[in-house]
Design a protein around this ligand. Structure first.
Ligand code: 6CS
Ligand code: FE
Length: 306
């Protein structure tokens, strides 16, 4: 268990409920010019997320979708620990550490259109804490219940402060019906401590169906009074969200897949300590501890070598 001061206790003998956020949302100094409109930065700070529609071109989206299918159909990949199947049946749910398993996504994670915004918001050099490709296939893609990523990354990975964010890239159209990301605006400004004790090797279950590190109904209902936003966006759009913004997504029973790529950027000053729960650290493919070299911006066009 971490010897560092636990500023965000959760689970174990903690009282579940809503507590204050201690950390800022936007770390940039006021005199640093933002890489996006100031109004968008203010929206991110207020809501805890930001949508940038059609950030990537049709050609880039076509390349992403080709890569998505190749990864899905690769029998060698399917046998790796990074590949996670749905808890019911065998449909592919996620591929973790996908920025290291795919040359194209390894370039995309360093694309200045993403990296500059994340560096500005987090005010530091960054490394990839986690990346994953969530397939949410047609007919059989299961839900991701409400949670704060930070609550898990703090308790199970030892992430000390809220100085991380995720960028979700829509590789297919995210409609109202096929399980778009749901976010609760303003929820990032509160820390929801959860009940229950973290089971041993919890990730083997939580990545397929999360039951611990889930906020209580009363806290969820209270924060959801601010509304729930369904991010229905066309392929090629991105959704940036703070590590602590409550989010989830419904099952997909439509024929259209809702496949999104998630890059989770962490500030190098916020690297993982030992977990704040009584469990061993999670594997490297879920929470980077060794491979945390600061990201260098991609030179040239994303598809130059494609
Ligand atoms: O445990 C984790 O790190 C993963 N679980 C969820 C539901 N979201 C963040 C991440 O993919
Ligand atoms: Fe999540």
């Amino acid at each position: 268990m971490s010897l560092a001061e636990d500023l965000y206790p959760s689970r174990g003998d903690c009282e579940p409920g809503i507590y204050p956020r201690i950390d800022p949302v936007v770390y940039a100094s006021v005199d640093t010019p933002p890489p996006i409109a100031r109004e968008l930065v203010q929206r991110y700070e207020r809501d805890g997320f930001l949508i940038l529609e059609k950030l990537f071109s049709a050609d880039e989206v076509a390349a992403f979708q080709c890569e998505l299918q190749q990864l899905r159909d690769d029998p060698m990949l399917r046998r790796r620990d990074e590949s996670i199947t749905e808890h019911d049946g065998g449909a592919l749910r996620s591929i973790f550490r996908v920025h290291a398993l795919s040359a194209l996504f390894g370039r995309l994670v360093r694309d200045p259109r993403l990296l500059r915004v994340a560096q500005y918001l987090l005010g530091d050099e960054l490394y990839v804490h986690q990346s994953r490709l969530n397939y949410k296939p047609g007919f059989r893609g299961r839900e991701f219940y409400w949670h704060s990523d930070f609550e898990t990354w703090h308790v199970e990975d030892g992430m000390p402060r809220m100085r991380a964010l995720s960028i979700s890239i829509a590789l297919t159209d995210n409609g109202e019906q096929n399980g778009p990301l749901l976010l609760i605006p303003g929820s990032h400004r509160h820390y929801v401590a959860c009940g229950g004790a973290t089971p041993e090797n919890h990730y083997r279950k939580s990545l397929r169906k999360q039951e611990y590190g889930v906020p209580d109904d009363a806290s969820l209902a209270q924060l959801a009074e601010a509304g729930i936003v369904a991010t229905a966006v066309p392929a090629g759009s991105v959704i940036l969200f703070d590590c602590n913004t409550l989010h989830g997504s419904n099952s997909n029973i439509t024929p259209q897949p809702r496949s999104n790529l998630f890059f989770c950027y962490n500030a190098v000053s916020n690297r993982l300590l030992t977990p704040f729960c009584e469990r061993r650290p999670r594997p490297e493919f879920i929470a980077a501890r060794q491979r945390i070299e600061p990201l260098r911006e991609l030179q040239g066009g994303l598809l130059d070598e494609w």
